[in-house]
Design a protein around this ligand. Structure first.
Ligand SMILES: Nc1ncnc2c1ncn2[C@@H]1O[C@H](COP(=O)(O)OP(=O)(O)O)[C@@H](O)[C@H]1O
Ligand SMILES: Nc1ccn([C@@H]2O[C@H](COP(=O)(O)OP(=O)(O)O)[C@@H](O)[C@H]2O)c(=O)n1
Length: 421
């Protein structure tokens, strides 16, 4: 048996497995004995001649390699599997144990596709850091069993008997929440820097990004002037408002990510979350450095900052309804202790229909994530709720549906109340 498999096995029966179908997680567990439990939902609709498989990716010490491999594995499976084979994201975790999440894919095939699928998986298990299991109906046809594949025989293991798959309760939080800290959201410059530095060997652009970073991140002297961050989903009116605030207050306007990172943004948007989020996190530190300088001369208005980085990352990491987000007050919503704290953060909110209307009128291209906001109402709700839960500083919500001038006046009132301008 592979040494990878050994490392997962000791707590095999404590693990929960989660398969994402149409954006919602379905859970099951494995047991040595069957006590008459139901067949888990993921297997209930599967026909008796169907066969299912899971491919879980081991987390090696090299997180960058694991993250890259997970993305590449999906491309490979989509390319090489028979088109009838259904592929769904899958994970396995120990409930409430941080960093216990192992990610992978769940495959559903039928008797016609099982040979090509099994050939592909046999090849994978021999060359890549994966744990493969197959699922088939037990002899009585009533239950389903899970068989772990051995690395050497590249076939279903005969030394270990199959485990029964049984339904499992949904855990308190979405399993991805267990791995958010320092994988999706970075809470210090050093953590994000470390990821970017390790990317240097495989992504040449990472070296260029490292060269743009401030040499020191310790808080400079507090800026003399107020620093106001404007947050909100795409097309809520941030650009319109930040331009007006700049003119009205004689302020300096800074975007995050900063302009110096623009040439590299599209490149990092293609990378897996670990790398992509480290890029945006570092962008905030560059902006913070600029704030430190400009804030000694004028008020500073910042178009997106840490709230955007964390809220989009958290909302993407978990799926399903808002209740799947880490609970209010969770440490995932904390502000990084080494990142500059603005005087005020304003969150612009807008009715979804009005936001769509504004998007149409503006008629620009959108990032995949912004595209997703349109199609996936749950994702939009998760981003908005994550924005609201971030603290230190928390954001003040402003309804962005009135005219641009009314919104400006409303925000000026807030600034004058809070920042003595
Ligand atoms: N208060 C407002 N009322 C009506 N339309 C607005 C308002 N604020 C902005 N817009 C329009 O909505 C679109 C999106 O605004 P923009 O400032 O570009 O948003 P963001 O920077 O948040 O993506 C633009 O076409 C802009 O002219
Ligand atoms: N400070 C920031 C700013 C943007 N972002 C990311 O950038 C995306 C939005 O940027 P954008 O340029 O499309 O936003 P708009 O200028 O269109 O409002 C979000 O999906 C975030 O993932 C971030 O992570 N941190």
């Amino acid at each position: 048996m592979s040494k990878h498999a050994m490392s997962l096995l000791p707590r095999w029966c404590s693990r929960i497995f989660s398969v994402e179908l149409n954006g919602a997680p379905f859970y099951f567990a494995v047991k040595e004995k069957h006590l008459g439990e139901d067949v888990p939902r993921v297997f209930r609709e599967v026909q008796n001649r169907d066969k299912c498989y899971s491919v879980l990716v081991y987390c090696s010490r090299d997180r960058i390699k694991t993250a890259k491999f997970y993305g590449e594995l999906k491309d490979k499976l989509l390319r090489d599997l028979p088109p009838e084979c259904r592929l769904s994201p899958m994970s396995s975790f120990l409930p409430n144990v941080r960093d216990s999440l192992v990610k992978g894919y769940f495959l559903k095939g039928n008797s016609d596709t099982s040979s090509p699928i099994e050939r592909l998986l046999s090849d994978l298990i021999q060359h890549d850091p994966v744990l493969v299991c197959s699922y088939s109906p037990a002899e009585d046809g009533q239950q389903w069993t899970q068989h772990m594949w051995s690395e050497t025989a590249s076939q279903v293991m005969d030394v270990a008997k199959g485990y029964y798959v049984v339904p499992s309760e949904a855990p308190e939080y979405h399993p991805s929440a267990l791995n958010i800290i320092n994988s999706d959201v970075f809470y210090s410059f050093d953590e994000a820097y470390d990821v970017m530095k390790k990317c240097g060997d495989i992504i040449p652009e990472a070296k260029a990004v490292l060269e743009l970073l401030p040499s020191r991140v310790e808080a400079r002297n507090k800026p003399d002037f107020p620093v106001i961050v404007i947050e909100g989903l795409d097309a809520t009116g941030k650009t319109t408002l930040t331009e007006s605030l700049k003119d009205t207050l004689g302020a300096t306007l800074l975007p995050s990510p900063p302009e110096c990172l623009s040439p590299w943004r599209a490149r990092f948007d293609q990378e897996p979350p670990l790398i992509r989020r480290a890029f945006y996190a570092l962008g905030n530190y560059i902006t913070a450095d600029q704030i430190g300088r400009e804030g000694m001369k004028t008020p500073v208005i910042v178009d997106r900052f840490w709230h955007s980085t964390a809220a989009y990352a958290i909302a993407t990491a978990v799926s399903g309804p808002v209740c799947n987000l880490p609970g209010e007050g969770s440490e995932v919503y904390c502000w990084p202790s080494d990142l500059f704290q603005p005087s005020l953060v304003v969150l612009l909110t807008l009715d979804p229909e009005e936001r769509k209307r504004r998007l149409r009128n503006r008629g620009q291209g959108k990032t995949d994530e912004e595209e997703e906001l349109d199609h996936n109402q749950l994702f939009r709700l998760r981003v908005e709720e994550a924005y609201r839960r971030i603290s230190g500083p928390a954001c003040v919500t402003v309804d962005a549906s009135p005219s641009a001038d009314r919104v400006l006046q409303q925000v000026l009132l807030l600034i004058r109340g809070k920042c003595h301008l």
